[in-house]
Design a protein around this ligand. Structure first.
Ligand code: ZN
Length: 134
């Protein structure tokens, strides 16, 4: 793994939270993006070398809606940039982790993504991501 790519935070309302995090960082978000496959609207902030992703559910069946119903708003996942997501998925499965996506899918911000089940990582949802080159 190369580095922490971003931290994902589940929020009830992007409109409200964009305002909160803009005040916190002293800077506005640089992009918003809908990820249909995940049932989320996302908003990205750059803080020095770090990136924060806010996630809002687009429907009650969205994983974010379920997360908030269960745990409330808060840190949802940590994303790590990897060099080769396909070989990392293979490696982590061999190491015994529960990988939720055998095949990487298109995530937000022009990335291939795959998730590891929190049950296999001490309660932390891990996202692997790799820049899409096309
Ligand atoms: Zn993410």
């Amino acid at each position: 793994m190369i580095k922490v790519e971003h931290i994902g935070i589940a929020v009830k309302s992007l409109e409200t939270s964009n305002d909160v995090f803009s005040k916190l960082f002293g800077a506005s978000n640089y992009k918003m993006e809908n990820v249909e496959s995940e049932g989320v609207n996302t908003s990205f902030f750059q803080v020095g070398p770090n990136k924060i992703e806010l996630l809002e559910a687009t429907s009650s069946s969205s994983p974010i809606a379920k997360f908030i119903a269960k745990k409330g708003e808060g840190i949802h996942h940590i994303a790590f940039e990897v060099e080769d997501i396909v070989s990392e998925i293979k490696r982590l499965k061999e190491e015994g982790f529960t990988v939720l996506n055998d095949v990487p899918k298109r995530g937000a911000d022009h990335k291939w993504v795959a998730f590891l089940h929190p049950k296999s990582v001490n309660g932390v949802l891990i996202e692997l991501c790799q820049e899409i080159n096309d």
